[in-house]
Design a protein around this ligand. Structure first.
Ligand code: TXA
Ligand code: MG
Length: 350
């Protein structure tokens, strides 16, 4: 398949490019586009064939439901059977923005979008290019992250090109995603609502607005045996780097000493070792490929760099990736959730 790459300046949006991509969407094609969280791979959510093609292009298991993206809050009315009170509040407070609200779906949404579930996740992204594209297309847009299944989510167009060039019709290149981790997925059908996936809107922000919010237990700890996750996506190992990720958790000084000890141990076995560090610590390691995620005091910066750094370690074919843990408050919960999954919950406490 021929893939067209369309460059769009988010501060000066070229309507011709948007109109072209919107027409591709409307007519059943696949368009990768930026959102504030990560790039999405969009298709007309009302077109079953187009939706199925998303699963093919990504190599995504068909039991993992897609999020439906809209550009006008009023569109929710036709996509769901009813809007729970808490969803009303959250739409008002956080849309457009990085939170996906799960509600009971209406008959308009094909079951291929929701992987057979009777609920649908809906979100209104705040990225201006996403907004213009969805609005211009005139249809709800089903979109998972625009990576091949099992790779880190793409936070710029080059990541999308790496994974999906030749497999989709259009890739819109509009620079870096500002948040860098995916949206929060919140089930609004239960009371209190449950966070299935932590993301751009934090637990603390939700608690402040709603009073009570639960966290699905699968967020930071491994669930084994016959546990069936509420959100199908949570059972998949999202990012399987070529190397083994190990998280080291504890007081920072101890973490740095432990990582240096592990660098020696693994390199003496002839393995290529990498460290996922922060600005405060990166000069404290010897004998490894060190990449900083950013300022330890700036969790938003770390979130924005996380997936890009994971891809950099893949390119360097690092065998062992030693990752410093960060605080799991605020956006840190999403960072530690993605890191824990990448590590297969391999965490050393010091
Ligand atoms: O930020 C984001 O959410 C990005 C951008 C493109 O919007 N999208 C994204 O989609 O991350 P995806 O498909 O990579 O992740 C969607 C997650 C999956 O874990 C899926 O299982 C869950 O949301 N999900 C979607 N619909 C659901 C539903 N009805 N019930 C439970 N979980 C659902
Ligand atoms: Mg994804």
């Amino acid at each position: 398949m021929k893939t067209e790459i369309i460059k769009i300046d988010v501060n000066n949006i070229d309507k011709t490019g948007i109109r072209y991509a919107a027409e591709v969407l409307r007519s059943g094609g696949l368009v990768a586009f930026p959102t504030e969280t990560v790039y999405g791979l969009g298709a007309n959510a009302l077109n079953e064939t187009a939706v199925k093609n998303i699963f093919v292009a990504k190599g995504r298991p068909s039991d993992n439901p897609l999020i439906v993206h809209i550009a006008d809050k009023r569109d929710v009315n036709k996509l769901v059977t009813y809007i729970p009170e808490c969803a009303h509040i959250l739409m008002q407070e956080f849309w457009p923005g990085p939170i996906t609200l799960i509600m009971e779906k209406s008959n308009l949404i094909p079951l291929s979008v929701t992987a057979g579930l009777n609920t649908v996740g809906i979100r209104m992204p705040s990225n201006a290019v996403a907004y213009e594209l969805i609005k211009e297309s005139g249809v709800p847009v089903a979109a998972p992250s625009a990576n091949t299944s099992g790779r880190p989510s793409p936070t710029n167009a080059s990541h999308v090109i790496e994974d999906l060039y030749g497999r989709v019709d259009v890739i819109i290149d509009a620079g870096n995603c500002s948040v860098g981790v995916e949206s929060t997925v919140l089930d609004t059908t239960s009371s209190p609502p449950v966070i299935f996936r932590p993301g751009g809107i934090t637990f603390e922000q939700l608690e402040k607005v709603l009073g009570r919010v639960s966290l699905d237990p699968a967020i930071l700890t491994e669930r084994k045996g016959d546990f069936v996750p509420k959100s199908p996506g949570m059972k998949y190992k999202h990012y399987s780097p070529k190397g083994q990720v190990i998280i080291i958790e504890g007081a920072l000084h101890d973490v740095v000493s432990k990582i240096n000890e592990l660098i020696d141990e693994y390199s003496s076995k002839g393995l290529r070792v990498g460290v996922m560090a922060t600005n405060q610590t990166s000069s404290g390691y010897q004998g490894a490929e060190v990449i900083s995620l950013g300022d330890r005091e700036n969790a938003a910066e770390i979130a924005a760099n996380l997936f890009k750094v994971m891809r950099e370690f893949d390119e360097k074919e690092t065998d062992i990736i030693l990752a410093e843990s960060v605080s799991s408050s605020g956006i840190g919960l999403a960072i530690m959730n993605r890191l824990s999954k990448a590590a297969g919950y391999n965490i050393i406490k010091v």
